[in-house]
Write a new protein. Structure first.
Ligand code: ZN
Length: 321
């Protein structure tokens, strides 16, 4: 009787220890099988992918072409370099055909040297090589050490990224932006079928106005990467009325010191017809794909990270059977 009581008393502790052991085994086996490598949703590699990588306050955008090539637009800050290289590792990116640096600000070029160390980079593209910013000097030194060609691009150039995607350079334009580096941002548009993505770096009013004058209604694009992290000094009404994006993406840090994105920008984007405003400070890395007719998030609607883990477990069992 005494023994039975003792067993009864010990039972909860034994069960708890057993449960802990099971959880530990699940976590150990799960991580060994890559079960939890699901921070990024699966994406269709046969279609173009645009990854707005979460680097906190900054821009780092990866373009993946349907023929398997990659290029990046900006690299985020040096502080975010580990997060950036981890994401690229997880995606299996080892080579960039191009690294396009929109302008010499640290939150756009600070991670470039880390990329030079980790990846094969074909060519560095920029709007100007002239800048006294220490971070920019480091980029030029880093590129020289790796023997990487650095090329200046401007309005009217084309970037030979993929046979199936066109990439046109819309800015810098003429002498615009002599007083403000942001307004000499390289602005590029990637097109696939009837869909296009407009990347504006940190372009502000002067450069947006110049784009409106030069390109008018042909600025219309399916997706706009809102300029300067959603600052009210960018995404002006006149510019948005010509771009008319159905999706806008804002790349900014959670609780950033600048208050980005500014309320008026969110309002202006909505008024210009943006049905979706996606933010890296809210959703972390944002992945968009296009089949040439429509743009859609790589995330399957309604599928949570937990669903993906369950799916992975089921597939593992199916593989074993
Ligand atoms: Zn910036």
């Amino acid at each position: 009787m005494k023994n039975r009581n003792r067993i009864k008393k010990a039972l909860p502790a034994v069960c708890a220890a057993g449960a802990l052991l099971l959880i530990a085994a699940f976590l150990l086996i799960g991580s060994a099988c890559g079960l939890f490598d699901s921070a990024l949703p699966p994406y269709d590699r046969s279609l173009p992918g645009v990854f707005f990588i979460d680097v906190g306050q900054g821009d780092a955008i990866l373009l993946s072409s349907p023929d398997g090539g990659y290029m990046m637009i900006d690299t985020g800050s040096e502080r975010a370099a580990d997060a950036l290289t981890e994401t690229l590792d997880r995606l299996g990116v080892t080579e960039l055909k191009y690294l396009l640096l929109t302008h010499p600000d640290e939150d756009h070029v600070g991670g470039a040297c880390a990329l030079f160390d980790r990846l094969t980079v074909g060519e560095v593209l920029c709007g100007t090589e002239k800048s006294d910013a220490p971070c920019w000097k480091s980029v030029l030194i880093g590129a020289k050490e790796k023997d990487l060609p650095v090329r200046t691009v401007r309005s009217g150039d084309r970037i030979d990224f993929s046979d199936r995607m066109t990439l046109e350079v819309l800015a810098p334009i003429g002498e615009i932006g002599q007083r403000n580096d942001n307004d000499r941002s390289v602005v590029v548009r990637a097109s696939y079928g009837n869909c296009s993505f407009l990347f504006t770096g940190d372009a502000e009013k002067e450069e947006e106005d110049a784009l409106c004058v030069r390109y008018g209604k042909t600025l219309e694009s399916s997706v706009l990467k809102a300029g300067h992290h959603g600052s009210s000094t960018s995404s002006g009404e006149g510019f948005l009325s010509l771009v008319r994006p159905s999706v806008a993406v804002i790349s900014c840090g959670k609780d950033n010191a600048f208050g980005h994105p500014h309320e008026e920008v969110l309002r202006r984007l909505g008024e210009a017809g943006a049905e979706q405003i996606l933010r890296t400070d809210v959703s972390s890395t944002v992945i968009l794909q296009t089949d040439g007719e429509r743009v859609f998030p790589a995330e399957t609607p309604g599928v949570t990270p937990f669903d993906r883990i369950v799916d992975r477990i089921r597939n593992l069992f199916l593989d074993v059977l």
